[in-house]
Ligand binder design. Structure first.
Ligand code: SAM
Ligand code: SF4
Length: 442
């Protein structure tokens, strides 16, 4: 049996896609391996969001040449967003890559691998307006058997000026809700206790047959009602579409986790307009107020970009000011990276010097570090229900899990076991972690 080794980079969506890829290839008779030396094919599922993500993959592909020198039958394929963006150009630039396959072409992988086995090269990068892989039961790859991703939609057509996703993942399309609920129920019956529903903008999820349409709030409700012991998370919400209706559904279901990822990108209206985000700072703060009104214990996290085209010190100060106002529990913080093909690439200069971008990013990181530590210090003394996930990386005597707010809690293992819900009291903290003890350790 020929074996496939899958390596995944990038967002949660890519990790979910790798599980679909594994399922397609297993169905076609390939074995999956976690030992790279056993593999006949290495599939690298890639991200194109920033240049450094692509450079990392190129470096990895080059590093794999040595292994190919030893194992002559080993073939490498590049999948996902970078494959879509660069298409067969990637095989010219990286000569040890035998095939490239875009995010909507994974069903063609068995044929492509057969072609590659015959010594040919292959490229499949056509985007689809309908593909959702909804009939494919993903093979849970690096799973802990406790939490899993479920992709509920694909693509994006928001066309934020800086972003390559609409070009690498195609038009937005939603997946049949019946298949989503079935997948979540199956996971629960197999012992999973947490699912994360994934999409680039989950709030625009919409499935319609004649006059019966299912939007994201209804879908959330259906998944939450599978069982109160199944936690439900979702990512990502675009601020322009975060509705009160969704917040009301969340408030009605304790098992919908109290954590909303609400990428802001910038705290300056001028930048938001240039980025084509379709909301203002005032709108954003109104949505934050709505979250706090409906879900007072909800954590809020974000994404931000430092140094987008024409960003002034004043714009940057507005971003810091917004961070001080919202007091995020966590933030993914990036330096702007110009991407070929985007609106910004065609029309806006990448005019902020690298060292200015870096300095602004570092200022945001430093501020967010202070805020996260302060937020966490307020948690000391509180008790949370934690879904235990596994052993702590630091010590075998300790376990870790997450509370509904998605904060990581580490505690002495006592009689707790992974996959169970336990009450943990917070006794100390860092900016990234809460340290606690089991409340009921009998
Ligand atoms: N769809 C989600 C949204 O709109 O919030 C997130 C998509 S993207 C995979 C994740 C984050 O990458 C974005 O929120 C943005 O902060 C960042 N990002 C996207 N394009 C970027 C670029 N060209 N340079 C730097 N960061 C970028
Ligand atoms: Fe990119 Fe904007 Fe779509 Fe998010 S919403 S994936 S940032 S285009």
């Amino acid at each position: 049996m020929e074996k496939v080794y899958i390596e995944t980079y990038g967002c949660q969506m890519n990790f979910a896609d790798s599980e679909v890829i594994a399922s397609i290839l297993q169905g076609a008779g390939y074995g999956l391996t976690t030992e790279i030396e056993e593999a006949n094919f290495i599939l690298i599922n890639t991200c194109a969001i920033r240049d450094n993500a692509e450079q990392r993959v190129r470096h990895r592909v080059r590093e794999l040449r040595a292994l190919q020198g030893r194992l002559h039958q080993l073939r490498i394929g590049v999948l996902g967003c970078m494959a879509e963006r660069l298409q067969s150009r990637l095989m010219t630039e990286e000569e040890n890559v035998s095939f490239v396959c875009g995010p909507d072409a994974y069903r063609r992988l068995p044929e492509m691998l057969a072609q590659v086995r015959k010594g040919q090269r292959a490229a499949e990068v056509e985007l689809s307006t309908t593909e959702t892989y909804d009939d494919i039961e993903p093979v849970r790859l690096a799973g802990n058997g406790i939490s899993a991703y479920i992709s509920i939609m694909r693509g994006c057509q928001n066309y934020c000026a800086y972003c390559v996703v609409p070009y690498t993942r195609g038009r937005e399309r939603s997946r049949d809700p019946e298949t989503i609920v079935r997948e979540a129920r199956n996971l629960f019956e197999q012992g999973y206790r947490e699912v994360t529903l994934l999409g680039q903008n989950v709030n625009s999820y919409s499935w319609g047959v004649q006059d019966c349409t299912v939007g994201f709030p209804e879908l959330m409700e259906q998944v939450a009602e599978i069982d109160p012991r199944l936690r439900v998370r979702f990512a990502t919400s675009h601020p322009k579409d975060l509705s009160d209706e969704l917040l009301e559904v969340m408030a009605r279901h304790d098992n919908i986790c109290r954590c909303i990822h609400l990428p802001v990108q910038s705290g300056s209206n001028k930048m938001l307009k240039l980025m084509n985000r379709k909301y203002t700072v005032e709108w954003y703060l109104d949505r934050v107020a709505a979250i706090r009104r409906h879900l007072p214990d909800c954590s809020i996290t974000t994404d931000v970009i430092a140094g987008f085209s024409t960003e002034t010190e004043e714009d940057h100060q507005s971003t810091l000011e917004l961070f001080r106002k919202v007091r995020y529990d966590y933030a993914y913080m990036f330096m702007y990276s110009l991407r070929e093909g985007t609106y910004a690439w065609k029309h806006l200069a990448d005019d902020i010097p690298e060292e200015v971008k870096k300095r602004r990013l570092n200022e945001i990181i430093a501020l967010q570090g202070e805020i996260a530590l302060k937020n966490n210090s307020h948690e000391v003394g509180r008790e949370y229900e934690v879904l235990v996930e596994g052993e702590s990386h630091r010590s075998r005597q300790q376990l870790f899990g997450r509370n509904s707010q998605n904060k990581v809690l580490v505690f002495d293992r006592g009689n707790a076991v992974p996959g169970s819900y336990r009450k943990v009291k917070v006794t100390a903290c860092t900016a990234a972690t809460l340290i606690g003890e089991l409340v009921d350790n009998k």
